[in-house]
Design a protein around this ligand. Structure first.
Ligand code: NAG
Ligand code: NAG
Ligand code: NAG
Length: 406
């Protein structure tokens, strides 16, 4: 007879007596355990069991199935959700070895056919005073159930924002994003950049990511040259009220902030260029040209951080561009949430790294808003309602928050 491995350890005899010695108490315990659990199940109402499927759905929102979650967590494509830029002294940041920007993507040589298409799209979407709303999109953000859907949903449930969708141009930087846009939105533009593939996720601050951000900046300059004012919004910014009612009347370039110090003209504010409003005029065009050309001085630095350095430059003052920083009370984000839902215009999933966390909290944000607007008006106004987010993003704390506040 071939003994089983466990029995062979002690020999057949030892096993035999051990089984006999333990068998009756084990049987007794088994009977007791069975009856206790039967009693438990009988006494417990069925509803007290957690609805497992619902819980699971809430914990894992539909992330693009073709996107491995691990990779998504590590990346931060297009939208700026980084911690705020490190403010460097200007002289220390000046590079001695400028990178060759001739090879960097630019829209200087946009084919004529594309240019004609762009003008057609802008004309169709612009308001009476030639303002367009722009967002840029790649396949990573565009998949069904992802950030683009939440972005559009916010316009639909916001107060006075659904009308703004007819002025929104989605700038798709790859075929997949363009296809998705065409399927769900009337104003789509396919920004093709020679020799660059923008379809994948772009890991934050890689050379490709930087090229993408700089190409976008150059594209925005072109919009201004065509005579259009624009509101640029990252796609992970939810719109709850019409921002046009809350911009400064005397600003050429207005940008949202990770941290707002209280004075809209204070250059020490911590800008977040994921949301900005720019008026088309000579000053803003010159400013964009100067900003773009500054890339050569700061190799490897992305355009938002370059802005944070050059905002002090003498040339900016000479250009005379009027820079204004938007308050986080109206234009908030996870770095500094707008604490009063009666005032909020937009909320950005900044200070949050990882697509999954971002989507979780954006959804919770939309739920907060839905609950808020369903309340009777006097309750909404008399009680000061705030956000339940950041939740998933709460660990991405902003190391500059306390410092900039003090
Ligand atoms: C720029 O300034 C010139 C005159 O200095 C003016 O003719 C032109 O319309 C201005 N362009 C814009 C976009 O304001
Ligand atoms: C939406 O806007 C209207 C008109 O300005 C206002 O009466 C209403 O209270 C607003 N609702 C919310 C939820 O802010
Ligand atoms: C900021 O200050 C709060 C309390 O004032 C503290 O709990 C928190 O850890 C500080 N955050 C950082 C990043 O220093």
């Amino acid at each position: 007879m071939k003994p089983s491995p466990a029995v062979s350890l002690f020999g057949a005899k030892a096993a035999d007596s051990a089984i006999r010695r333990w068998l009756s108490p084990l049987l007794f315990l088994a009977v007791v355990a069975l009856s206790v659990s039967l009693l438990y199940f009988a006494a417990t109402p069925a509803v007290s069991f957690p609805p497992m499927t619902t819980v699971r759905v809430e914990l894992s929102p539909p992330v693009a199935v073709w996107q491995p979650v691990g990779a998504a967590e590590a990346s931060d494509p297009i939208s700026r959700s980084s911690l705020p830029p490190v403010q460097r002294p200007v002289d220390a940041a000046v590079a001695s070895d400028p990178e060759p920007i001739s090879s960097a993507p630019s829209v200087q040589n946009m084919p004529e056919s594309q240019d004609v298409k762009l003008e057609r799209v802008l004309k169709a979407a612009a308001t009476e005073d030639n303002t367009v709303i722009l967002t840029s999109l790649n396949a990573f953000w565009a998949s069904p159930g992802s950030v683009l859907d939440l972005f559009l949903e916010s316009f639909r449930i916001g107060n006075g924002t659904s009308e703004l969708l007819s002025h929104l141009v989605i700038v798709a930087v790859d075929d997949k994003a363009y296809g998705r846009c065409l399927a769900i939105h009337p104003h789509c533009f396919h920004l093709k950049t020679e020799g660059v593939d923008y379809s994948g996720e772009k890991v934050f601050n890689t050379p490709e990511y930087l090229d993408m951000m700089w190409a976008r900046l150059d594209f925005l300059r072109l919009i201004l040259e065509k005579g259009y004012n624009f509101i640029f919004s990252d796609v992970d910014i939810m719109w709850f009220r019409n921002p046009l009612l809350y911009f400064y009347t005397d600003g050429d370039f207005q940008t949202s902030c990770d941290n707002f110090l209280g004075d809209p003209t204070n250059l020490k504010n911590w800008p977040n260029n994921g949301f900005n409003y720019v008026k088309s005029n000579n000053r803003s065009i010159e400013f964009y040209k100067y900003w773009y050309s500054s890339r050569a001085r700061f190799p490897g630095v992305h355009e938002q951080n370059v802005f944070n350095i050059i905002k002090y430059d003498q040339q900016i003052q000479q250009i005379g561009v009027r820079i204004r920083f938007l308050s986080t009370e109206r234009f908030g984000g996870f770095c500094e949430p707008s604490r009063d839902l009666n005032k909020v215009c937009t909320m950005h999933a900044n200070c949050c790294i990882g697509l999954r966390r971002k989507i979780d909290d954006l959804r919770a944000m939309l739920d907060d808003w839905r609950k808020f607007v369903s309340l009777p008006p006097d309750t909404r106004i008399s009680r000061r309602f705030s956000w339940s987010v950041p939740r998933s993003c709460r660990y991405n704390i902003n190391p500059y928050y306390n410092r900039s506040k003090s």
